[in-house]
Design a protein around this ligand. Structure first.
Ligand code: ADP
Ligand code: MG
Ligand code: ZN
Length: 620
């Protein structure tokens, strides 16, 4: 329920109360005066009464005075000609005769069931009781709607939302960097717009299309764009909406969703996060038939149930295609897969341009530089960077975001926010500086390492300091030499600490973990070890229930395991020696750099490279 309708609801209740109150007071405004039996007789005799009505069941008589007469002439509050009522004794026949003799009209009134039930008083009482009930009901229903579940009433209904026209249409113009995916999906749009063309030529448009790719790369966005482009009804539901506490709900939701869709062809049904329902069956912890499984079965039934050209196109998105039930991927179900991958350099440029629209920027914003600085960023990351940058500008009361704001936003996205508040001892700061410079200087001297973009000893996120290294271009393959240089660079931090302070700290634990991981992968996954040869060892085992790779199936002997460990250690220690050699040779430069870094707290790429070149010249 929207805010507006909530307010109007409350207003409605208030108005109702006022109106009822007015009705009641209007009804009771008629003055009815109690007149005693004896007084009645006097008044009758005096000829002051216009008419009477006898109500035998209530032993009561009501009546009306003549327009200019009153029971209480002394009381100005009692109007002339008002109504009165009198209680009757058991035998009142004599009174009636007397009244009749005076020529006063007599009416007898037996109460009907209706009139007694709907007397103003009883009505009012009923309403008084009803009000709290209505009110409580309204409160509850509002709460349920606002919590978005509304479960009590719509168990089995699909929670699919149709995207209405009032929301701004998302089109392919809002999506960039995934041109291949757009090209594939444009065909679907065309089909939805002119199905005749395809039917005549006998082409079958796929029933189901699966968008696959890492999170934040625009799968959901693409689906919405298709809907916007095609201009047909669009049912959107997230896989997790199907999965409910109550058994059977998911299945009936699926059924309901497709029923709705079939009524509105041509249309698009989009199941986001398909992996939430589509995981391999038989993998639940609780044994065979769990809720998710029923839901999945129903989904399969529905997928088979509609004809290829019926005008319903099912779109689904997942970032874990590997854990989907194979039945879903069989031909005739999701028979087309569209990969929505991380954007490359040009893609990032275009995405940045999209998200920079409508933001107020200083003139010097260079999209090329930003795109180069953000390899591996997803569309969502880039959007985040743009938004962060203007937020930073706003925080400093500036009206336009500048390039440094973007730099800061990128660093923040990579490593978390700067933590200026964190107090670090001078001594620790020195160690951190040498550690980071160790990484940087080693990387600088290695032929295959990525260039250093930034060295900082300001704590950020969980890291105490950081050295950012990016490849010059997007890379898809890594060579053995590059991996070795990477390990060497990672070890540089620890080595610098050791050489300078003759001490080891905990600061290097993450570096060691990563370098060990790389070395192990070189041996077991990429076949890069001379000793063990081009074989892979161990099979990554996905725990389907948890959706993570948890364990590794060992498909090799104890002897091989031992050899792997030896080989990994061999790689690491070789890299360590190389690292140590470089650090030892450049200690003079590192000392000088450390002084500068401790003062400035961070060094950019140009400055770092300039200084390094200067030292090289000085030493020759
Ligand atoms: P996914 O569904 O793949 O996890 P989303 O579609 O939800 O990712 O992307 C989240 C947001 O990131 C989008 O709303 C959009 O603002 C931005 N975004 C992601 N990919 C792109 C892209 N290729 N082009 C433009 N914006 C993108
Ligand atoms: Mg999504
Ligand atoms: Zn480190």
């Amino acid at each position: 329920m929207s805010r507006g309708s909530r307010i109007s609801n409350i207003l409605f209740v208030i108005v109702m109360i006022i109106v009822l109150w007015m009705i009641y007071s209007f009804l009771s405004v008629k003055t009815v005066v109690d007149v005693s039996y004896s007084k009645l007789i006097t008044e009758v005799d005096a000829g002051n009464i216009q008419e009477v009505t006898v109500k035998p069941e209530q032993a009561m008589l009501t009546g009306k005075f003549l327009p200019d007469k009153s029971a209480e002439p002394s009381n100005p509050k009692v109007p002339k000609g008002h109504d009165f009522k009198t209680n009757l004794p058991p035998d009142y026949e004599a009174l009636l005769t007397r009244i009749q003799e005076k020529g006063i009209t007599i009416d007898i009134e037996h109460p009907s069931a209706w009139s007694s039930m709907f007397s103003p008083t009883t009505l009012f009482m009923i309403l008084i009781f009803l009000f709290p009930i209505i009110f409580i009901y309204m409160l509850f229903s509002r709460q349920m709607q606002s919590s978005g579940s509304n479960q009590a009433f719509t168990f089995g209904k699909s929670k699919a939302r149709t995207v209405d026209d009032s929301t701004r249409k998302i089109t392919f113009d809002d999506v960039a960097g995934v041109d291949e995916a757009i090209a594939e999906l444009a065909e679907v749009v065309d089909f939805l717009q002119s199905p005749r063309k395809y039917q005549e030529i006998g082409a079958e448009i796929p029933k189901g299309i699966l968008l696959v790719g890492p999170p934040g790369c625009g799968k959901t966005l693409l689906a919405k764009a298709i809907a916007g482009e095609a201009g047909v009804p669009f049912f959107y539901i997230s896989g997790s909406d199907f999965v409910e506490m109550f058994v059977g709900v998911g299945a009936s939701r699926v059924r309901d969703l497709f029923e709705q869709a079939k009524k509105q062809t041509p249309c698009l049904v989009f199941v986001d996060e398909l992996d939430a329902v589509g995981r391999q069956r038989g993998a639940g912890l609780g044994g065979g038939h769990d809720e998710r499984e029923q839901t999945l079965n129903q989904l399969l039934v529905e997928l088979d149930g509609f004809e290829p050209n019926s005008g319903v196109i099912l779109l689904a998105a997942t970032n874990r295609p590997d854990i989907l039930d194979p039945a879903l991927l069989r031909p005739g179900r999701f028979d087309r897969r569209v990969v929505v991958d991380r954007p490359d350099l040009n893609g990032r440029k275009d995405i940045l341009k999209i998200h920079l629209r409508g933001k107020s920027l200083e003139g010097d914003i260079d999209v090329d530089v930003l795109a180069k600085r953000t390899p591996g960023f997803s569309g969502a990351d880039l959007r985040n960077v743009c938004n962060e940058a203007v937020l930073i500008a706003a925080r400093f009361e500036r009206t336009e975001a500048s390039m440094p704001d973007f730099e800061e936003a990128i660093d923040k996205t990579i490593a978390g926010p700067e933590r200026k508040s964190r107090v670090i001892l001078e001594r620790e700061k020195e160690i951190i500086a040498y550690h980071e410079l160790g990484h940087a200087v080693v990387a600088y001297h290695l032929p295959n390492a990525d260039p250093v973009h930034k060295i900082s000893i300001l704590p950020r996120g969980l890291a105490l300091g950081y050295t950012l290294q990016f490849p010059e271009e997007d890379r898809f393959l890594q060579s053995r030499a590059e991996m070795l240089d990477r390990i060497t660079g990672l070890l540089g931090g620890r080595v610098a600490e050791e050489v300078k302070f003759d001490e080891m700290t905990t600061g290097a634990s993450n570096d060691l973990e990563r370098s060990t991981e790389i070395a192990r992968a070189m041996v077991t996954q990429f076949g890069m070890s001379d000793k063990l040869g081009p074989l892979t060892f161990g099979k990554k085992h996905e725990s389907i229930f948890l959706g993570r790779d948890l364990s590794e199936d060992r498909n090799y002997s104890e002897q091989i395991a031992y050899d792997i460990d030896l080989e990994v250690r061999h790689i690491i220690s070789e890299c360590y020696e190389r690292s140590k050699k470089i650090i030892n040779e450049s200690m003079a430069a590192i000392d000088k750099l450390a002084k500068i870094l401790l003062e400035k707290e961070h060094l950019g790429r140009e400055e770092f490279e300039r200084l390094m070149k200067g030292f090289a010249k000085a030493s020759t």
